[in-house]
Design a protein around this ligand. Structure first.
Ligand code: HEC
Length: 239
């Protein structure tokens, strides 16, 4: 092991995330082949928070050997590089993604601001862990939040209504059509209800993986416990 590798290895193992990330970036330029060892042994002592950075170093390398490793990883993993976004994001940067690039506010409310089409996300970190958050962003229809699925309802009268299946209680079904109208229907008027699908586009597929990582960290930080006084989420506390 020579000097630069030793320093980089130490930084990757022990330094703060920004320093460790910079070490990975520099090593990948100075000694690209050393990144191969880090990548291949990542589950033996390299924090999962850094795996996306190692992957990015492989993909952005000029060496075809490194690029090939990156491609092989994507092909052999069902959630591809997205699984590398589960850990190590920055919630403050993630809030910007939420408000800007992600256009999430168009459909979701946080602290009283935003759209109505999707569920309120102020405390989504209490409901969903990082794996579930990732799933919500990649495969929105995998699990529909109750009250927020899109369905079409065939009525015994012969007509059809489509919209958000907001509530189903006993004999009553509440459907909200895209024009904002509430339709309170009783079961006797209904012939069939189609299985609900999500109105949410798979937003996670269009964001760069670093932004997805920050976004997941932000959503995960939206919890009751972290609201007051927590340094990283202090900016979220506006009401
Ligand atoms: C076009 C509207 C729309 C946009 C844009 C949108 N969503 Fe959604 N989202 C929904 C709807 C509707 C649901 C509920 C149905 C479901 O479970 O997929 C939902 C569900 C979710 C859930 C699961 C919530 C829970 O409590 O189960 C999360 C998390 C989420 N969205 C995050 C996001 C983020 C982050 C963005 C921006 C990158 C985003 N959404 C953009 C409509 C949208």
């Amino acid at each position: 092991m020579d000097g630069i590798e030793k320093i980089a290895l130490k930084a990757v193992k022990k330094s703060s995330l920004p320093v460790a990330r910079e070490a990975i970036r520099q090593l990948s330029q100075a000694k690209p082949k050393k990144v191969i060892g880090f990548w291949n042994n990542r589950d033996k002592g390299i924090r999962p928070e850094l795996w996306l950075d190692l992957y990015t170093a492989l993909k952005e390398s000029e060496s075809s050997e490194l690029q090939k490793l990156g491609t092989e990883f994507v092909q052999s993993h069902p959630t591809g590089i997205h699984s590398l976004s589960l850990h190590g994001g920055n919630p403050v940067a993630g809030e910007l993604v939420f408000n800007n690039q992600g256009a999430c506010l168009q459909c979701h409310k946080v602290n009283g601001e935003g759209g109505l089409q999707g569920p309120e996300l102020s405390l989504v970190g209490d409901r969903l862990n990082n794996e579930k958050l990732l799933e919500s962003l990649l495969y929105p229809s995998a699990e529909i939040t109750p009250g927020y699925g899109l369905s079409s309802i065939a009525l015994t009268s012969g007509s059809t209504l489509a919209g958000r299946l907001a509530a189903e209680e006993g004999d009553e079904v509440l459907l909200i059509t895209p024009d904002g109208k509430n339709h309170q229907l009783s079961r006797s008027e209904i012939q069939s209800i189609s299985p609900p699908v999500s109105a949410m586009p798979p937003m996670g597929l269009t964001l760069p993986p670093e932004e997805l990582r920050d976004l997941i960290a932000y959503l995960g930080s939206r919890t009751k416990a972290k609201k007051p006084g927590n340094k990283k989420s202090s900016e979220h506390g506006k009401k």
